[in-house]
Design a protein around this ligand. Structure first.
Ligand SMILES: [Zn+2]
Ligand SMILES: [Zn+2]
Length: 289
């Protein structure tokens, strides 16, 4: 069996692995077509293509853009666009600059609160779009900081999501609100750059009653939905495949792999262990790329 995985994150946007490591991992698992869909950055794509050529893994250029539509935070995937497209690069650079400002403000608040934390530590990481996971690594690094985190979370070993909720969620101490585009603008941008726009893991942010939103976005140029996602339970996978077919939307699939589980010794250690996406999903998608 051959597989594909059209939604991966590298260390450039909150993942743990480099582009080369992601390609190696895919090759080992017989995943022969992959897409690096880093958040708001295409920095790693060229590197991924070089690594893919070495290992015989097909690489589809991609990006996952934070967007907003009618008060919903939606993630928009763009595929197979021109990597050098000027406007696309400018818009992503702008989003990054806004994000850096937000992160700096959050660091100032954390410092004021009593953490010993310095923005320079983030700058020394490979990340191109600073993820909350990277901020947490920097925050929890110094033992004196981790003591405060343990105390605030009320347990000796708080997990990533507990720490996010405590410090970085909306209405918390130092919220990190990702800079985003309006979804129709992001769809238009991907199209202008010669690419194809797909709604990532729709079931993560939308209820089935909100399927009309997907149809509205189709009117704006959305071509498909990521029906096969590790964010979806089986009923959602079934529902979104049916929905896509009914409305002439293409179906894509991705693990949204960021990293291995932090607790060791599990049988399932990553989203890629959890799900396997048949190559046929990519073959079908390829017809419209
Ligand atoms: Zn996403
Ligand atoms: Zn993602």
């Amino acid at each position: 069996m051959k597989y594909c995985d059209l939604h991966l994150h590298s260390h450039y946007s909150g993942g743990d692995l480099s582009c080369e490591e992601l390609v190696d991992r895919a090759a080992e698992r017989n995943i022969t077509a992959i897409a690096l869909a880093d958040h708001n950055t295409i920095y790693g794509v060229a590197e991924m293509i070089v690594a893919g050529k070495k290992k015989g893994v097909e690489i589809v250029p991609a990006v996952e853009i934070y967007t907003e539509y009618k008060g919903k935070g939606l993630h928009l995937l763009g595929y197979n666009f021109d990597l050098d497209h000027l406007k696309l690069n400018q818009v992503l650079d702008n989003l990054q600059a806004q994000h850096v400002d937000n992160v700096k403000k959050a660091f100032a608040k954390l410092k004021e609160y009593g953490f010993s934390i310095d923005y320079k530590s983030i700058q020394s990481l490979p990340t191109k779009y600073i993820s909350v996971a990277a901020i947490i690594d920097v925050l929890c690094g110094p033992p004196e900081n981790y003591k405060i985190v343990q105390k605030d979370c009320g347990k000796p070993d708080p997990d990533l999501f507990e720490i996010i909720n405590k410090y970085f969620a909306k209405r918390s101490l130092s919220p990190i609100i990702h800079s985003s585009l309006l979804t129709p603008d992001a769809i238009k941008l991907v199209k202008e750059a010669g690419g194809v726009a797909i709604l990532a893991h729709p079931g993560h942010r939308l209820t089935w009653e909100e399927d009309t939103i997907i149809l509205e976005l189709k009117e704006e140029g959305l071509v498909g939905i990521e029906a096969i996602s590790s964010y979806h339970n089986w009923h959602q996978v079934e529902h979104y495949q049916y929905f896509a077919k009914k409305h002439g939307l293409v179906i894509t699939g991705g693990s949204d792999f960021h990293s291995e589980t932090r607790s060791r010794g599990n049988i399932i250690n990553s989203m890629q262990d959890y799900m396997h996406i048949p190559y046929a999903i990519y073959e079908n998608f390829k017809n419209i790329l």
